[in-house]
Ligand binder design. Structure first.
Ligand code: MIC
Ligand code: SF4
Length: 756
């Protein structure tokens, strides 16, 4: 039975009337993104057209998803909101905390032993508040959502940036911080700046070695890591329809890597097939009744330039396989050019590890296509040069793949390791032998992110992102610059052979199967359930409210760190071993900004404490300022806070006494997270002012009392030589968000309203 089918039917029942109202308000044909947004307005039927990239709009998402590493903080906040039950269907998924080391069974057991306290906490909070809980081993949040919850034309939010994966089934699914999830679970509107719209027209058909992954690797190369900021990317055209739903999911998934709010595809037969195969024929029947509303209008797709803010066209017939990296997901290189580029940049070309998995690429189809390469190599007598590691996306995928012999095929390749159905190496949960030696090396994987240190903690690991079939081919060849289209390999008999093109199955011909999917349904009545957090726990800590604004200007602030260049949420609040403390704000604050590069020295985790001139780790210096009651600010470059939705990247500095984060530009989720936690997230009016900021400056805000929407703030920058610069700072706070700042956090405001 489909989860929450009544809710889905209700959404579809509303569709005709709401789309008609939207059509009237907007006054022209509608894109799919607009249809979904306008049918999910908090106010009901649309009464006005919203300004793309300008209007703040209240939405009513249909559901919420959380994963273990962010759910802890989200639910610790929800527990304070004073509600008995979540207002919309919500789920939590235990997937981030399990380390890949030996192989699935042992790793899973070890993961459960090590994280018992946290899993028990999540299980009991979910049980109490009516939230579905997917136990460790059940799978990666976004695959489980695609298999069970996503539905065409729906809207959801999730406390993970790759929530956008559900666009593969035609949703508008958006990654948010935990505080946003609390709004929706508490039955309040969820606010988002109405996105801009980017149209991607796909012509032709994928062929040969080219995979859906290459579409997004190509788009990332075109748009870069910030080119999608504030926009929904809508894919359409014959090429879109020719791809599987999970392939579409891959494309939408990595939309997070270009900063896009989300990505989506119109309802089509691939979605019908996938829904039916995953036991949701009832969703197909309901969706078919409103099918015309679950895709963009024909006029839009015929003349996209008139309706989208930007249009990109990609001819799949001509698209070739890509590898993106190292260190950033938008550095796109066609496989055919890798030999030249790797040599020119001195990227190591020997590969020891090749990894398939992550929420991006761990579907049944992905596994079959990779397995076809492995089967071919085994048949041709080619011994693998690298180790292949695989994390299936869900227990359903794993069980079915095992039944269909795919795991046997992988295991025929010497050294292959099948890890747990979990994030694993993708989030640094990988006990890679020898990583501590920090040797320069390359790895390839089918994940989405490849920031420095992400997978194995080694800053010298050059990680390249590619399709599962290319990962398999590179594992076999052991070479980053192997081009399966032109290059031969030597087999055991000394013959030069070529790998055959990948083939696969979109869906299992015998249907999906699973014995225990790992789902725990919540109690009907959770009122008697007690959630316990031990006061001496190292993993969990009940939250104390942040202090409200005292109504005064911030005076005499010091610079905690001026970050140079790329500063992602991995730099601000590293994952890997630190995932351990995701439910304990004080403990996790010890990783605050330890990966950010100090602009004055180019060192990481070493800044000067202006109170005594000593140089120390960032969190220690922050704690010293806090103890001395000296407020601090953080300064950053472009796209600050790129990457994850983790609100820890906002809560930690807040907890350590940082009052303002001033940067050239922000990534969307991080900017909202700062606002929600009562921080000032500001941008330089004149980017060059970044250069004015010196390590020993003193900062005074002079007009905070006038903090108002659309009005600049002034920062007085006092230099040690006595000179002063007054600089202008921009912000995007609306009236409501300014209330969050004044209340100390959005949660403080919710609590106040609930107690009123
Ligand atoms: C990631 O891929 O970086 C994560 C871990 O899934 C994050 C969430 C987190 O930090 O917990 C994300 O993408 O939002
Ligand atoms: Fe997990 Fe990696 Fe996906 Fe994040 S990107 S949800 S860590 S698999």
């Amino acid at each position: 039975m489909t989860f929450d089918i009544d809710m889905i039917r209700e959404v579809y029942n509303r569709y005709p009337e709401r789309v008609a109202a939207a059509r009237e308000a907007v006054g022209k044909p509608l894109t799919l993104a607009e249809k979904i947004l306008y049918t999910h307005l908090w106010e009901g039927n649309a009464s006005e057209a919203f300004g793309r990239g300008t209007s703040y709009v209240d939405f009513a998402p249909d559901r919420v998803a959380m994963q273990d590493a962010t759910a802890q903080m989200a639910l610790l906040q929800f527990m304070q909101a004073g509600k008995d039950k979540v207002a919309v269907p919500s789920t939590a998924h235990a997937d981030h905390l399990i380390q890949a080391r030996i192989g699935a069974d042992k790793d899973l057991q070890e993961g459960i032993n090590k994280n018992n306290e946290v899993f028990n906490f999540l299980s009991s909070v979910c049980n109490k508040y009516g939230i579905g809980f997917w136990k460790p081993g059940a799978g990666i949040i976004h695959q489980v959502v695609l298999e069970n919850y996503a539905f065409p034309g729906g809207m959801m939010i999730g406390t993970d940036s790759h929530t956008v994966n559900a666009g593969g089934l035609g949703m508008v699914a958006i990654g948010v911080g935990g505080a946003d999830a609390v709004d929706v679970m508490a039955g309040m509107p969820w606010e988002l700046k109405f996105p801009k719209l980017i149209g991607v027209k796909l012509t032709g058909r994928l062929n040969g070695w080219t995979a859906p992954k290459d579409v997004i690797l190509k788009v990332a190369g075109i748009l870069t890591v910030k080119g999608g900021t504030g926009a929904i990317v809508e894919y359409f055209g014959e090429g879109a329809e020719s791809m599987s739903a999970t392939g579409k999911g891959t494309i939408c998934n990595m939309g997070a890597e270009i900063g896009a709010t989300t990505s989506t595809f119109g309802y089509d037969d691939s979605m019908r097939r996938y829904l039916a195969a995953t036991g949701r024929k009832d969703v197909v029947d309901a969706a078919d009744k409103v099918a015309e509303h679950l895709t963009g209008d024909a006029e839009v797709y015929a003349n996209p330039e008139q309706y989208f803010d930007q249009v990109i066209e990609i001819n799949l017939d001509e698209l070739t396989p890509h590898l993106n990296g190292p260190f950033t997901p938008d550095l796109a290189t066609p496989v055919a050019e890798m030999k030249k580029k790797a040599a020119a940049n001195d990227w190591p070309t020997d590969i020891e590890w090749a990894l398939i998995g992550s929420c991006t690429n761990s579907s049944y189809e992905d596994l079959t296509r990779a397995a076809s390469i492995v089967a071919d190599a085994v048949e041709k007598g080619i011994a693998p040069k690298a180790i292949l590691g695989i994390n299936p996306g869900s227990e359903q995928v794993r069980y079915t793949a095992e039944r269909d012999g795919l795991m046997d095929t992988f295991n025929k390749l010497e050294g292959t390791r099948i890890f747990t159905n979990a994030c694993g190496p993708c989030i640094g949960q990988w006990a890679r032998e020898g990583a501590e030696k920090q040797e320069k090396n390359s790895i390839v994987h089918s994940f989405n992110r490849n920031f420095a240190k992400r997978a194995d903690g080694n800053p010298n690991t050059h990680a390249f992102v590619t399709s599962p079939e290319m990962v398999a081919a590179i594992a076999i060849s052991g070479k980053l610059d192997f081009n399966p289209v032109t290059d031969t390999l030597t087999n055991a008999n000394g013959d030069e052979v070529m790998l055959a093109e990948p083939t696969g199955h979109e869906l299992p011909s015998a249907g999906f199967a699973v014995e225990d999917n790992g789902y725990q349904a919540p109690a009907e009545d959770g009122s008697g359930i007690n959630v316990v957090v031990a006061s001496d726990s190292q993993r969990l800590q009940l939250l104390a409210p942040f202090t409200p604004w005292d109504g005064k200007n911030i005076d005499g602030a010091k610079l905690l760190i001026k970050a140079l260049g790329k500063c992602t949420t991995d730099h601000i609040s590293m994952a890997g071993p630190w995932l351990r403390y995701r439910g304990h704000l004080d403990n996790i604050s010890n990783n605050c900004l330890i990966g950010a590069v100090n602009a004055y020295t180019e060192a990481t985790n070493a800044v000067t404490n202006q109170l005594d001139g000593s140089v120390d780790e960032v969190p220690n210096v922050a704690r010293a300022y806090k103890a001395a009651d000296v407020p601090t600010i953080v300064v950053g470059d472009h796209n600050y806070g790129e990457g994850s939705s983790r609100e820890h990247a906002a809560m930690e500095p807040r907890h350590l006494g940082v009052r303002a984060v001033i940067v050239k530009s922000f990534a969307r989720i991080h900017e909202t997270n700062l606002k929600k936690q009562g921080m000032l997230g500001l941008t330089f009016d004149n980017e060059a002012d970044y250069d004015l900021i010196l390590a020993d400056d003193t900062f005074n805000f002079t007009d905070l009392a006038d903090f108002a929407p659309g009005k600049q703030l002034t920062l007085e920058v006092g230099h040690a030589d006595g000179s002063v610069d007054n600089i202008k700072l921009n912000h995007t706070y609306n009236a409501q968000q300014i209330h969050w700042f004044k209340a100390g956090s959005a949660l403080n405001l919710i609590k106040k309203q609930n107690n009123a």
